[in-house]
Design a protein around this ligand. Structure first.
Ligand SMILES: *[C@@H]1O[C@H](CO)[C@@H](O)[C@H](O)[C@H]1NC(C)=O
Ligand SMILES: *[C@@H]1O[C@H](CO)[C@@H](O)[C@H](O)[C@H]1NC(C)=O
Ligand SMILES: *[C@@H]1O[C@H](CO)[C@@H](O)[C@H](O)[C@H]1NC(C)=O
Ligand SMILES: [Zn+2]
Length: 421
C-alpha cells in the first residue's frame, strides 16, 4: 500500500510538472514550431516524390537566414540543396549539417491524425510522418543557425546545411552520389552531423559507426528431373545445406546478443533469409534455386574472412553453387571517440556542460552518415530526442514540440563548439 501511494504521488508530480512546463498556445505560435509544421505538411513521401516542394520551402528558409545556397541536381528530379554560412576562417575544414528531405510512405488509415497535417494535441505533441525521421532535425539545424546569427555570433569554421533526397531508398541518387562530386569535395567537410534515433529513456543516443550491408544471392544449380524420383545432385539439397549453415551462424550471433546485456543489435552481425526463389512446376525438380540473405557485418568483422567463409559454404554445398552480391557495402572507418577526434571532444564537452546523459552506439541500419564517413569526414548520428517513444517509419509518428525546441538549444551549443574547434 505504502509503495502504491508513493507511486501515485510521483505520478501526480510528473503530471503537474509536465502541465506546468507546457503552454500549448505559446508552442503553437513559436516561429520554429510553425516552421517545423509547415515543413511536415509538404508531402515528400515515397514513391515518386515531387522534390520541387521541399526545395522551394528550403530556399525560402535560406533567404530568411540570409544564407546563400546552391542546388545540385545530379539525378533529374532529385535535387540536393546546400546552404552555407561562411566562417571567420573559411579555409579550415567545414562542418556539415546533413538531413534528408524524403520520408517513408504512410498507411493513412492507421493514423489517428492525418500524417501530413502536423496536428498538435493539447500537450504540444505533433503527429506527422517524418517528424522523427528526420524533418525535425533539419529544422533544428536551421533554427540553431538562426539563433546564432541573431545573436551576432561569428563561428570559426564554415557551416554547410545540406538537404538530400532519397535517403530512405539507400541514398544511391542522393548522398552517395553527392560525396563523389567535385562540388562536395569543394565543401571541404571536416566533420558532419546527421540523423540518429529517438530514445525512450533519459539517454540521448549518439551513433559513431554503421555496420556494412551485404545482400548476397546464393545460386544452386543441379540435376533437373521428374519429381517422383530421387535424383542425386539436386538444387534443393544444396539450398538446404546453405540455409542450414547460415541459420546456424544466425543462431550463434543471436545467442551472443541475447547473452550479453551490454551489446545492442548494432554490435553484432545479423543474418536474415529474405528471398527464396526457384521452381517451375510441382512435379518437376528445377535446375536452379536461389536464396538471398540480408547480412549486416559488425564493425569488427574482417570482410575478406567473411567472404571466404561464404565461398567455403558454397563449395561444401556441392558443385554448381555460386554467389553474387546484390549489394556489398565496403568497410567504412568508424568515427573515433577519443582524443584523436577534436570534434568529438567538443561535442562531448557540450553534453557534459548541459548534463545530458549520452550513449554511444553503432547504428543498427544504414544512414547517409556512411557515405560521409567513406568520403573521409568523421560523422555522428544524433537526433536530440529523448523520453519519446521510438516511432520512425511507424504509424502515429510524433514528437513533442517542447522536445523539439530543447533540441534547438542543444544544437546551438554543439554547432558552436564543433565549428570553433
Ligand atoms: C495511433 O494512436 C492512437 C492514440 O493516439 C491509438 O489509439 C492507435 O492505436 C495508434 N495506432 C497505431 C497503429 O499505433
Ligand atoms: C496529455 O497529457 C496528460 C498527462 O500526461 C495525459 O493524461 C493525456 O492523455 C495527454 N493527452 C493526449 C492527447 O495524449
Ligand atoms: C535479422 O536477424 C537477426 C539475427 O541475426 C535478428 O536479431 C534481427 O532481428 C533480424 N531482423 C529482422 C528484421 O528480422
Ligand atoms: Zn532518416
Amino acid at each position: 500500500m505504502r509503495r502504491l501511494s508513493i507511486v501515485l504521488l510521483l505520478c501526480c508530480l510528473v503530471d503537474w510538472s509536465l502541465n506546468a512546463s507546457l503552454d500549448p498556445s505559446a508552442l503553437q505560435s513559436d516561429p520554429a514550431v510553425v516552421n517545423l509544421r509547415n515543413y511536415l505538411r509538404i508531402r515528400s513521401e515515397h514513391p515518386n516524390i515531387n522534390y520541387a516542394e521541399p526545395i522551394a520551402f528550403l530556399k525560402s528558409q535560406a533567404d530568411s537566414l540570409g544564407l546563400p545556397y546552391k542546388v545540385y541536381e545530379l539525378v533529374p528530379g532529385k535535387p540536393i540543396l546546400v546552404m552555407s554560412w561562411l566562417g571567420a576562417s573559411p579555409d579550415l575544414p567545414s562542418v556539415l549539417l546533413n538531413s534528408h528531405t524524403d520520408v517513408v510512405p504512410v498507411f493513412e488509415k492507421s493514423w489517428t491524425h492525418p500524417p501530413f497535417e502536423a496536428f498538435m494535441d493539447e500537450n504540444g505533441t505533433i503527429y506527422a510522418r517524418g517528424i522523427q525521421d528526420m524533418k525535425s532535425v533539419g529544422i533544428q539545424f536551421i533554427e540553431a543557425v538562426r539563433r546564432l546569427k541573431a545573436a551576432g555570433v561569428q563561428l570559426k569554421r564554415t557551416i554547410h546545411l545540406s538537404f538530400v533526397p532519397d535517403e530512405e531508398l539507400g541514398g544511391a541518387d542522393g548522398m552517395r552520389k553527392f560525396v563523389e562530386t567535385e562540388d562536395y569535395k569543394a565543401l571541404n567537410v571536416g566533420f558532419a552531423l546527421d540523423e540518429g534515433i529517438a530514445s525512450a529513456d533519459d539517454d540521448y543516443l549518439v551513433y559513431y559507426a554503421e555496420r556494412s550491408v551485404w545482400h548476397v544471392d546464393i545460386i544452386a544449380t543441379g540435376k533437373s528431373g521428374h519429381g517422383s524420383l530421387l535424383h542425386d545432385n539436386t538444387p534443393g539439397e544444396k539450398i538446404r545445406y546453405i540455409i542450414d549453415k547460415f541459420s546456424d551462424l544466425r543462431a550463434e550471433y543471436k545467442k551472443r546478443l541475447d547473452e550479453n546485456k551490454d551489446l545492442t543489435i548494432g554490435d553484432v552481425t545479423t543474418i536474415n533469409l529474405t528471398k527464396l526463389r526457384g521452381g517451375v512446376q510441382s512435379n518437376v525438380v528445377p535446375e536452379k534455386m536461389t536464396v538471398t540473405f540480408d547480412i549486416r557485418l559488425a564493425i569488427d568483422v574482417d570482410h575478406k574472412e567473411f567472404e571466404d567463409m561464404i565461398q567455403r559454404i558454397c563449395k561444401e554445398a556441392g558443385e554448381g553453387v555460386t554467389y553474387e552480391f546484390e549489394q556489398k557495402g565496403p568497410y567504412v572507418e568508424t568515427t573515433k571517440l577519443d582524443d584523436s577526434n577534436p570534434y568529438w571532444l567538443a561535442f562531448k564537452k557540450v553534453t557534459e556542460e548541459l548534463h545530458l546523459p549520452i550513449k554511444t552506439l553503432v547504428f543498427p541500419g544504414g544512414t547517409d552518415s556512411r557515405y560521409v564517413r567513406a568520403g573521409g569526414a568523421p560523422a555522428l548520428g544524433f537526433s536530440p530526442i529523448r523520453r519519446t517513444p521510438v516511432q520512425l517509419h511507424e504509424h502515429n509518428e510524433s514528437l513533442n514540440a517542447q522536445t523539439f525546441l530543447d533540441g534547438i538549444g542543444i544544437f546551438e551549443k554543439i554547432v558552436t563548439a564543433v565549428a570553433n574547434v
